[in-house]
Every structure is written in structure tokens, then in C-alpha cells.
Design a protein around this ligand. Structure first.
Ligand SMILES: C[S@@+](CC[C@H](N)C(=O)[O-])C[C@H]1O[C@@H](n2cnc3c(N)ncnc32)[C@H](O)[C@@H]1O
Ligand code: SF4
Length: 411
């Protein structure tokens, strides 16, 4: 049983795989590389991230073993992506900016030696303002990283303390300025609906970000995730109405500053959308290497999902036996419509209707019933050429997405 919000997918759902046809060409391919350590764990975060080892020497030795394991992981994954060109690489975490420039250079050399990268391949690295030095950013750029994503979260010192961040507002500004000096393309992550935050405070954070002229912004509503410190000791968050007002005002402000709002949380200046994330949202393929990384790969027999061993120690132990994958399964054709819509509906412009068949290998008739139901409720635009949520559909996105869940089998 797979749970999605208040819904569950019964894995015994009918598999209409007879209707599945391999796409004439495989979807675009991206590479995700996971780095699982951080300076310390933030109380709201449920990503696969762990406080790094105490001593610098021990941390450096672990990184060295990890980089070796990543190379072996990629080598053993090559048959699954043979001959395919990689459009984007995303080095995420955790806090990959804990790696030295030399380590990132070694990692990218390994990747280039093993995989064909497109000439204009987007290569993003996630950085935390508290771990940055100007020289390190310069070295990342020289190693081939051409897009930086900075986890600012807020510029307000009190909020940053509450969020358990290792940086203050001054460091956040400095890091963004350095990002702008060394990278033409960079993103700032901000969170809103923070503990006790007012609309004006959220707008003030956005204003300070805009003054740093980022080409891309990610504005995430703080969510309380299970098994985090915030789930155990919940801070007082703005209520639903206040959060909705905040979201509207942030969207207006970003749009007045020339940002296109292209996904639930993503905003970009013209030509600056994130290739890597767009590939997820348009149901492209991705190979994920590193601890806990997920892959989605389309082959002649269907769509396969893989998961790597999650805890860094288990992943490093698995490297000895060259067995990195802890779980692998073929997605039943009956679940592909939901998986596609879960992603595509996040895009404010939606996707061309023809993309559904291209990416899922199923005819559009597979979703005609839920599409009609969504249209009747005003959640989907009545446009036969595009699949696109209405403003109401975007507001109640999980209700809309759940319409595409597979029908349970009647016993
Ligand atoms: C995986 S983190 C990596 C970035 C980097 N480690 C950092 O925090 O600076 C990516 C982004 O997810 C967002 N994020 C993490 N936990 C979140 C939560 N519970 N609610 C909303 N956004 C969250 C943060 O904005 C963060 O920058
Ligand atoms: S630094 Fe980033 S990845 Fe690490 S714990 Fe904090 S939010 Fe999560």
C-alpha cells in the first residue's frame, strides 16, 4: 500500500499493461547525485541528510570513500542508460557545498568520463550560505558547475535561529552576492509561512532576495514533515488563511519584478527556468546515484523505479559488494497516469496533451474520465490541446491529483 495524503494506492490495482506501448524514443535523461551530509541537521528537514562527522579529517576521509562509491555506483548503472545523453546534472543534498572544489572537480571528471553530457548540460550544485567561502565558489565554477542553488531560507536573524540554520542574514547576503559574481545562473531558496511570520515579514524577505537580482527563486511554504524535530515540538505557524494571503502577495511581488511563476514554488526570469526540475515535472527519466537516491528509467518493458541504500553507512557498505540498489520495481501501467499528473499538474502552464502518451506510453483515453471530472469541478482548463490546472485546481492541487489515482480492484 502506498500512501498519498489521505489516499492509498493498493498495489493490487488492476494493471492495464496491455495498453502500454514503449515510446518511440526514450524521454530526456537527467542525472541526480546525492550528497548526504550537512554541518548539522535542521529541525524542519526530512531530506536524507545527516550531521557530518565531528573531526575535519574524519569527515574528509568519509567524503573520499563516498566519492569512490559514487564512481562505482555510476559504473554499475551504465547498462541501464547506455547511449543516452544527459541533459542536466543536479548535485543535491544534504549540503554538497561541504565538498572542496577539488572533490567536485573529481566527481564531475568521473561523470564526464562515464556519461555523454549534452554540450549545454545544466550542472547545478546546492550550497548552504554557512559553508561558503569565495574561493570555493570560484573552484566549483572552474570544475564545471554552471548553476548554483543557495539555501537562504530567510534573511531575518531571529527566524534563522528558530530554523536552526548555521548562517545569519549578513552571511546570506554575502553568499548570494558571491553566487552572482561567479555564476550567471543561480537560484535562491526562501521559505515562507515561518513560525510567527506576518505577511509584511515574508514580503521583506522576498524584497531582500530581489535586491540580489537572482535569475531564479524557489519560494517554499514551510511544511511540518513527520519524524522531524518540528513535528515533535511544533512551532506556531501562520493559519491557512494567512498563509494563502502570504502566497498571493509573494506571487504578485515576484511577478512585478519580472519573474514568471512556472511551478507551484518556482519562479524564473525569462530563459532561466531550471532544466533539471522541469525534467521531473514533465515526467522525464533520471538516474539517481548516491545514498537514498531515486531513479526513474523508461525501457522497452515499461517504467522502472529504483532506490539506493539510504543511510550513508549502508550505502558505503553496499559499495563493497557493488550492490547499491535496495529496491527496484516496475511501475504498473495503471499507476502511470497518476505519476504523470502528480508532476505535470504542478506546472502553471501545464503540458501539451500529447506529452501524456509520449511519456507514459498510454493513450489519452486512459485519463479521459478523471479529466472530465476535474473539468466539471473547475479544476482543469477546458483545453483539448493542453493539460493544465485552473487557479482553483492549483489551490487544491492534492484533491485534483488524487482524481488520477488508479481505480482499486474489486475483489
Ligand atoms: C534539500 S534542501 C538542500 C539545500 C541546503 N542543504 C540548504 O538547506 O541550504 C533544499 C531546500 O528544501 C527546502 N526545504 C527543506 N525542508 C523543507 C520543509 N520542511 N518545508 C519547506 N521547504 C523545505 C529548503 O528551502 C531547502 O533550501
Ligand atoms: S542544511 Fe539543508 S539538507 Fe541539511 S538539514 Fe538543513 S535543510 Fe536539510
Amino acid at each position: 500500500m502506498v500512501t498519498f495524503g489521505s489516499h492509498s494506492i493498493d498495489i493490487r490495482t488492476a494493471d492495464k499493461s496491455a495498453a502500454w506501448r514503449a515510446p518511440s524514443q526514450p524521454p530526456p535523461l537527467s542525472l541526480y547525485v546525492h550528497f548526504p551530509w550537512c554541518a548539522r541537521k535542521c529541525p524542519y528537514c526530512d531530506f536524507n541528510s545527516h550531521a557530518q562527522a565531528d573531526g575535519e579529517l574524519e569527515a574528509a576521509q568519509l567524503r573520499s570513500r563516498y566519492l569512490q562509491a559514487l564512481r562505482e555506483d555510476l559504473e554499475s548503472a551504465l547498462p541501464a542508460v547506455w547511449g543516452r545523453t544527459v541533459r542536466s546534472v543536479f548535485i543535491g543534498g544534504g549540503t554538497p557545498s561541504l565538498m572542496t572544489g577539488e572533490e567536485v572537480d573529481g566527481l564531475l571528471c568521473d561523470i564526464r568520463a562515464l556519461l555523454p553530457l549534452a554540450p549545454d548540460c545544466e550542472i547545478t550544485l546546492e550550497a548552504n550560505p554557512g559553508t561558503m567561502e569565495a574561493q570555493r565558489f570560484r573552484d566549483f565554477r572552474a570544475a564545471g558547475v554552471n548553476r548554483l542553488s543557495l539555501g537562504i531560507q530567510s534573511f531575518d536573524d531571529d527566524q534563522l535561529t528558530r530554523l536552526g540554520r548555521i548562517h545569519d542574514g549578513r552571511q546570506a547576503v554575502r553568499a548570494a552576492e558571491q553566487a552572482g559574481q561567479h555564476f550567471e545562473r543561480f537560484n535562491l531558496d526562501l521559505m515562507w509561512a515561518l513560525p510567527g511570520q506576518t505577511v509584511d515579514q515574508a514580503l521583506e524577505d522576498l524584497q531582500r532576495a530581489l535586491e540580489l537580482t537572482p535569475p531564479h527563486l524557489s519560494l517554499y511554504q514551510l511544511t511540518i514533515e513527520p519524524n522531524t524535530v518540528f513535528a515533535k515540538f511544533p512551532p506556531p505557524l501562520p493559519d491557512e488563511d494567512l498563509a494563502f494571503e502570504m502566497q498571493q502577495r509573494l506571487q504578485e511581488r515576484a511577478s512585478r519584478a519580472g519573474f514568471g511563476h512556472y511551478e507551484v514554488s518556482a519562479y524564473a526570469q525569462p530563459g532561466q527556468t531550471c532544466v533539471h526540475n522541469l525534467n521531473y515535472w514533465t515526467f522525464g527519466d533520471y538516474l539517481g546515484i548516491g545514498a537514498g537516491a531515486h531513479s526513474k528509467l523508461t525501457g522497452a518493458d515499461g517504467v522502472v523505479r529504483q532506490e539506493r541504500f539510504s543511510r550513508p553507512e549502508s550505502y558505503l557498505n553496499a559499495a563493497g559488494a557493488r550492490r547499491f540498489i535496495s529496491r527496484e520495481h516496475r511501475v504498473p501501467a495503471s499507476e502511470l497516469p497518476f505519476e504523470f499528473m502528480l508532476n505535470a499538474l504542478r506546472l502553471t502552464e501545464g503540458v501539451p496533451a500529447a506529452l501524456f502518451a509520449e511519456r507514459t506510453g498510454l493513450g489519452l483515453s486512459a485519463i479521459s474520465r478523471p479529466l472530465d471530472a476535474a473539468e466539471a469541478r473547475g479544476l482543469i482548463e477546458a483545453d483539448p490541446t493542453r493539460i493544465r490546472a485552473t487557479p482553483l485546481g492549483l489551490r487544491f492541487l492534492s484533491d485534483l491529483q488524487s482524481l488520477f489515482l488508479p481505480e482499486p480492484v474489486t475483489p
